[in-house]
Design a protein. Sequence first.
Length: 128
Amino acid sequence: MTNFGNIKLIKYYCELIIAIHQKHNQNFQDFWQNVEYQYAISMGLIQIGELANKLTNDFKAYFPDIQWYQITSFRNRLAHQYGSIDIDLTYLISTNDIVQLDKQLSVIISDFEKEYPDIVENTKNENI
């Protein structure tokens, strides 16, 4: 998959995380008590980290305002610290940082679509 395809998938997972929080009225108490809610958000964050890790270094360097290293590092924490998810940090990242990332990706995708319509056309099969 291309960088562009991975960016579109990352945005998709950002939108899923936002929608899950909206479904639960972004209620921290519900998040704290509802393991299914925690797992849904955590899985989305893991997917974002996996996809961010697949982006080329040149691509990530072109967008230094996005904290790529922190995204992949947090993915590793979620994926490998079995049974010890930091609930507070996961909630904070998924309610604040993911919203910001979603906005940043919207701009990147829009700019890319305007600048490189031929590449976008060739990546249509990479859509979800």
